[in-house]
Design a binder for this molecule. Sequence first.
Ligand SMILES: [Zn+2]
Length: 273
Amino acid sequence: MSNFICPVCGKPLIIKEKILSCTNKHNFDKAKSGYTNLLMSQQIKAKHHGDDKLMVRSRQAFLNRGYYNPLLSKICDMIKKYVSDGSRILDAGCGECWYTANIYEYLVNNKIKPIISAIDISKDALTAGAKRNKDIELAVASVFKLPVKTNSCDILLSLFAPYCNEEAARVLKKDGVLLRVFPLEKHLLSLKTVVYDQPYENEIEIHTLDGFLLLEKAEIRNKIRLSCNEDIINLFTMTPYYYKTCADDQKKLQALSSLDAETEFGILIYRKL
Ligand SMILES: [Zn+2]
């Protein structure tokens, strides 16, 4: 049985080798790499969605270098007490599953075996993500229409992803836990200072959410030293700034061989009321 439901009729999906199908005979092929495309054509607005190959490759290379490990450790620390064997975890907007796979492996190493699935709108991200851990069931889908049953998740993760409160409240069980991570005001400000004449600070997410009680709040602030140009370029390319920046401004980064950058993240944990 799949953790996902049919995006057409909402019935459970059954896995038959390379195909997921519901009792109403709606079929969805598994891609060679292992994810299933559950995105309905009417949800498709642009031909290409989400992070493209270059962005995915840059983020993978950057995250694998360990710069964000302090954030990952803190997330693992904070989420552990809410998870037990068989807990259903959904990562809504998983990207290339660096966090998903690392959180899952941390839990398993701590003798907790959850059932984990993840969705993202980007096929390129999931193609990369599918290689990280075969225990994670993956689907192409939107965070605004999650392909899981109402009241079915124990834990919902939303890490640097677009967030839909209505869907989060729908899919979580009562007392289910929501973990959100987002950049704080000065996150990567020195990187933006190199590129832009007038770098702006990030806007901070609103902490109160309808239908949720805020349980825990943490802020992680670190300085990282990017010690080669490749890391600097990868970091910039993995951010949303990349596509908003003209070629001339992007060139300003080519000359840099090292950069000290501030990383600032907020982590919020909620309980569904
Ligand atoms: Zn169906």
